[in-house]
Design a protein around this ligand. Structure first.
Ligand SMILES: [Zn+2]
Ligand SMILES: [Zn+2]
Length: 257
């Protein structure tokens, strides 16, 4: 079976992960324009008109901004928590929406998609595990979370590939240009995951069998791809096992699987 997964974009300017298996394709998040999503899908060999579903982590604009146009033009089912749906500002076609509780499992072709709660300052927020039957591939996505709790770590450690937030370098953020309230928000337990926290979580997951890590949702102002990569690489090198590590690109696709 052919399996592929790409981050299409990543960061506060927009997020989307495209997963294809056995002829079916899904997105997790659709946080740029519908045209940008369609073009990015086409560049990785996916016709956006054939998408089977969009799963949404939470209602912040960098995860949902294509939904209005996508739901009208493509009529693709949008899976979103009840709380995130009730806080959506765009007046998109809610007939396409499949609202669900925080803990939720949906089957799309040979993909089983399961949500789990994350810790973020939105009405609700989830990550996803996508298990692809018969392939041995199990992909975890975890971004927009202030910290990773034990349940999240255990669940993500069952994956073969993990896309993990590595939002900021704490010192760059503390000494950077953001106003105090925003720094406090990002650093809080319902903010975003630091490079150091991503490194600790990645080390734990590598010890338990995860072999592929893609760092995502990097801050443009409080991080660099090199800083995130090197912080996590140092932690992973301590484990003494083989792994792959990459950094999702802000405006172009990066292959995860
Ligand atoms: Zn967010
Ligand atoms: Zn975000």
């Amino acid at each position: 079976m052919t399996v592929s997964a790409y981050t299409l974009f990543s960061g506060s300017s927009g997020n989307s992960l495209c997963i294809s298996a056995g002829g079916d394709s899904i997105l997790i998040d659709a946080g740029r324009s519908c045209t940008a999503i369609k073009n990015a899908c086409a560049s990785v060999g996916v016709d956006a008109g054939t998408l089977r579903a969009v799963f949404v982590t939470h209602e912040h604009h960098d995860h949902v901004s294509a939904l209005d146009v996508m739901s009208r033009r493509l009529c693709v089912p949008v899976h979103m928590t009840y709380d995130s749906l009730s806080h959506m500002s765009d007046p998109y076609d809610r007939g396409c929406v499949v609202p669900h509780p925080i803990m939720y499992t949906e089957r799309v072709g040979c993909m089983t998609v399961t949500s789990f709660p994350t810790h973020h300052d939105s009405a609700a927020s989830v990550g996803y595990i996508v298990d692809i039957e018969g392939s041995g591939v199990r992909i975890g996505l975890c971004t927009d979370t202030g910290f990773i709790d034990g349940d999240m770590l255990s669940l993500l450690s069952t994956c073969t590939h993990v896309v993990l937030e590595s939002n900021h370098d704490v010192e760059m953020l503390r000494h950077g240009p953001y106003p105090f309230y925003l720094k406090e928000r990002i650093l809080s337990d319902i903010g975003h995951l630091s490079n150091a926290a991503a490194a600790d979580a990645s080390r734990y997951m590598l010890e338990r069998g995860v072999r592929s890590f893609t760092l995502a949702h990097l801050s443009r102002d409080n991080n660099t791809p090199e800083t995130a990569f090197n912080t996590v690489r140092r932690a992973l090198d301590e484990v003494g096992k083989e792994y792959s590590l990459d950094v999702a690109k802000r405006f172009e696709p990066l292959r995860v699987v």
